[in-house]
Design a protein around this ligand. Structure first.
Ligand code: GLN
Length: 571
């Protein structure tokens, strides 16, 4: 049966049919290709890194790529998740609060994504249930197959259409065998059937164990994981093997034989110093070419563009390997045990390090026991201080002590969101003399509420998706550090995620005492950037500049901060 015949057959079937699958109007079967990445053995191994690196290589060949991360959990988005358990909540320009993997995709692809690129089981079930309430299933019992699977296929095809993608990269969160992922796997199996031959490339990411007691790589766990994927009807085309060290020939042969995958498509994705080396590993193993061949996309490859982009990328990765000089930077934080909670900040500093030829050594400071007496000891040897975003009371007094120390001792300071608000509190207390100044998030009855709820937040009852979220324009005041950092621009755009702001009633007191608000929301009294002119580098922003830092285009605020850190420490 040809693709067209299959499509017609599907389309002609009524909702009563077992072949029911909703297809967006004017979607052409087989026009978009799909790469689907599954996890076996365990999660958290880097499906997003493999998927985004391969997508990057294809994008650099001139193909239009669009990634989507499918999460098994029932939450509608990641906004209500604890970063301590799930890693950073990444915010897209359109305000979507999503999994940190979307950050990896945006950085690797140097491409802004939207809520179309992130789905959770919660979202899928919600649309199915809404359709059910509207009578859209015409009397049928609503089932996992075909309705829930159909809804997912619809989402994937809509993504393909709306982004006009040549290739959609589908990353299925978690691991094969998770109950919550089962319908995703079934749906992509059906998708491959419906889209026809050469339409879909299945990649299984697996893990090769190397127990220290044995001192050799063992492939059994990988084999079992792959077997359960095959038991669900998915024959992988490519296997990416995560491991501590390169996969041995024996292991590669075993995996190849047991999983029916030619040996040259069993890829060793062993640990490397930076995730930015992964595209090169994939390229060296020619996995990108295999994907092109499997999907029959040879005609769309622009080799000149590919060469040009590869040269730029190689320059960047060479700089990462060459950056050896080390400088210590302190980052305060409550979630210090989970580095994933600050993934974008770590990456932004890596981008700057590569550009400037330095490795920034990040010293995580738990501020719960920091105070004015011990802060000098805690920050000893630190060439710069960052106070990142955060919520709630814990550790805030310690953060304020760190900011005071950085301000008084002229140590470069970068405050991000909560770090901006803490800098205002510190300045109000210690420079303006407003003793007892605080944020109403920390102390609702404080004497001077210099940080208070945004008017738009008052009276809100729901927690999910209700903060001031996403990309917002910032008006930049002339003749300020912010303006200089942005090369004289009078406006910029950064991403936000907050409920509180500088209380407009205190702006005058703060500015009279020397604090400069160099970035504001256009048309609203929301302060978005602050700085101190009589300090080598003291800058805070209500935004999260870390979300928009890209390997080849580090965020300007991070870049200016790290430049100053280097300049000061080499004095
Ligand atoms: N808790 C603060 C607020 O809601 C800061 C938020 C943040 O750092 N992302 O405004």
């Amino acid at each position: 049966m040809s693709k067209e015949e299959l499509l017609n057959e599907i389309a002609s079937k009524s909702i009563q049919s077992e072949l029911y699958t909703p297809i967006p109007a004017s979607y052409k079967i087989g026009q978009c290709k799909y790469v689907v990445v599954f996890g076996t053995v365990m999660s958290g191994l880097g499906k997003g890194i493999f998927s985004s690196s391969t997508a990057k290589l294809l994008k650099d060949m001139g193909l239009r790529v669009s990634p989507i991360k499918l999460e098994g959990y029932l939450n509608i988005d990641s906004g209500t998740l604890n970063p301590f358990r799930h890693g950073e909540v990444f915010v897209l320009d359109d305000g979507m609060e999503c999994d940190m993997d979307l950050g990896t995709y945006e950085r690797m692809l140097d491409q802004d994504l939207s809520r179309l690129n992130f789905a959770t089981s919660g979202q899928i079930y919600t649309s199915v249930l809404e359709k059910e309430r509207r009578g859209r299933y015409q009397g049928r019992d609503v089932q996992m197959i075909p309705h829930v699977t159909g809804e997912l296929k619809l989402r994937l095809r809509e993504l393909a259409m709306k982004t006009q993608a040549d290739v959609v990269f589908v990353e299925i969160g978690g691991t094969v065998g998770d109950f919550e992922n089962a319908f995703y796997i079934e749906a992509v199996r059906e998708l491959a059937l419906e889209e026809g031959p050469d339409s879909t490339c299945f990649v299984a990411l697996t893990y090769v164990l190397e127990p220290p007691a044995l001192g050799e790589q063992k492939s059994k766990a990988a084999q079992l994981g792959l077997r359960s994927l095959m038991g669900m009807g998915i024959q992988p085309h490519i296997i990416a093997c995560r491991a501590g060290s390169p996969i041995t020939e024996t292991v590669r042969q075993k995996i190849s034989v047991y999983a029916n995958v030619p040996k040259e498509r069993v890829f060793s994705m062993h640990d490397s110093e930076s995730i930015y080396f992964v595209p090169e590993m994939i390229k060296d193993a020619q996995i990108d070419k295999h994907v092109i061949r499997i999907l029959k996309l040879e005609d769309k490859v622009d080799e000149n563009l590919q060469r040009e982009r590869w040269t730029q990328w190689k320059e960047f990765t060479t700089k990462i390997s060459k950056a050896e000089k080390k400088i210590d930077i302190a980052i305060t934080g409550k979630y210090i045990t989970v580095r994933d909670s600050y993934a974008s900040i770590i990456k932004a500093l890596e981008h700057c390090g590569a550009h400037l030829g330095y490795k920034f050594v990040l010293n995580w400071i738990d501020t719960t026991d920091v105070n004015d007496e011990n802060v000098a000891g805690k920050l000893e040897g630190m060439a710069g201080v960052i106070v990142p975003g955060g919520f709630g009371v814990r550790g805030t007094e310690g953060k304020i002590a760190c900011i005071k120390y950085a301000r008084e001792n002229k140590i470069p300071y970068l405050g991000l969101c909560y770090g901006f608000q803490m800098a205002v509190i510190e300045f109000a207390r210690n420079v303006c003399g407003l003793e007892g100044a605080n944020s109403t998030e920390i102390d609702p009855n404080c004497k001077y509420p210099v940080i208070d709820l945004l008017p738009s937040q008052k009276g809100l009852t729901g927690l999910g998706g209700t903060m001031r979220l996403g990309g917002q324009d910032i008006e930049i005041i002339a003749d300020t550090l912010a303006c200089e950092i942005l090369g004289g621009a009078d406006k910029t755009r950064l991403r936000f995620r907050h409920r509180y702001e500088v209380h407009p009633d205190y702006i005058e007191t703060l500015t009279k005492a020397g604090l400069v608000f160099s970035g504001k929301a256009p048309g609203e009294p929301i302060m978005q950037i602050l700085e101190l002119p009589d300090h080598p580098f003291f800058l805070g922003t209500q935004a999260h500049p870390e979300f928009t830092s890209r390997p080849l285009r580090p965020n300007p605020f991070f870049l200016a901060f790290t430049r100053k850190v280097i300049a000061q420490s080499s004095k």
